[in-house]
Write a protein that binds this ligand. Structure first.
Ligand code: VGL
Ligand code: ZN
Length: 230
């Protein structure tokens, strides 16, 4: 960009299991219909175009099927930092999803993955949940971080635009981590869908993002016009 800033696009978990046409294992309503939006964004001159993939082993801790008496979507579980049992993250349990080697783990078929410059896999460690593309939610100490921060910093990225699935999980945690890494961070709201699409949830998630320094924008925004002109 003219002002010396360098922008990246991050497409979070645009995978068949989150797709609602046909229904994936953890289908997010309206997710598949966003594919043209992601593809249009991928055609803009972002310096880095990356995607993340949820990439679980069959026996991942976030699967309700791994815990006797637990139900997907409603049960929660306290998951410890493997390096510090005081550092605990309470997480929702899910149906089995995005298992390595299955179709559900692949990018949504119409997604323009050939335009990606980088692809980052996450959630491989069966012991921990990992919503953010940067790494698991532990900070005391950090544990199991991905290459995402290094990739963006090596390319001199200053601004990160985030879209994908799901709004209140992987998109939210990625965007909040991006601010902590020092990136000016935008979530393009028309490029994401939530698991819980109630107005109450959306309002709470928007507030949490804003309280953490994330800027919410629309597809038609000054920030994206600047990218188009760069
Ligand atoms: C996600 C639930 C479980 C996400 C991943 O991509 O938002 N949600 N695993
Ligand atoms: Zn997952």
């Amino acid at each position: 960009m003219a002002d010396g800033r360098k922008a990246a696009l991050a497409c979070i978990d645009v995978q068949e299991d989150f797709c609602d046409n046909p229904d994936g294992a953890l289908a997010v309503k309206g997710a598949c219909a966003l594919t043209p939006i992601w593809n249009e964004l991928l055609s803009l001159p972002f310096a880095v175009k990356l995607a993340t993939r949820d990439y679980h082993p069959r026996d991942h801790v976030s699967f309700a099927s791994q815990h006797k008496g637990k139900q997907p979507f409603t049960s929660t579980l306290k998951v410890k930092n493997p390096e510090n049992e005081q550092d605990v993250f309470t997480t929702t349990l899910w149906p089995d999803h995005c298992v390595q080697g299955t179709l559900g783990c692949e990018y949504i078929s119409q997604f323009a993955r050939s335009k990606l410059t980088h692809s980052i896999e996450k959630g491989q460690d069966k012991r921990v949940e990992m919503y953010s593309g940067f790494g698991p939610p532990y900070r005391n100490p950090k544990f199991g971080m991905t290459e995402m921060e290094d990739v963006l910093k090596k390319e001199g990225i200053t601004d990160l635009f985030v879209v994908g699935l799901a709004f209140e999980y992987c998109v939210k945690y990625t965007a909040i981590d991006a601010v902590a890494c020092g990136f000016r961070t935008f979530v393009i709201e028309d490029g994401t869908k939530a698991v819980d699409q109630s107005e109450q949830n959306l309002t709470a998630v928007r507030k949490e993002l804003q309280d953490n320094g994330v800027v919410l924008i629309k597809l038609f925004s000054l920030e994206l016009e600047k990218i188009k002109k760069s």
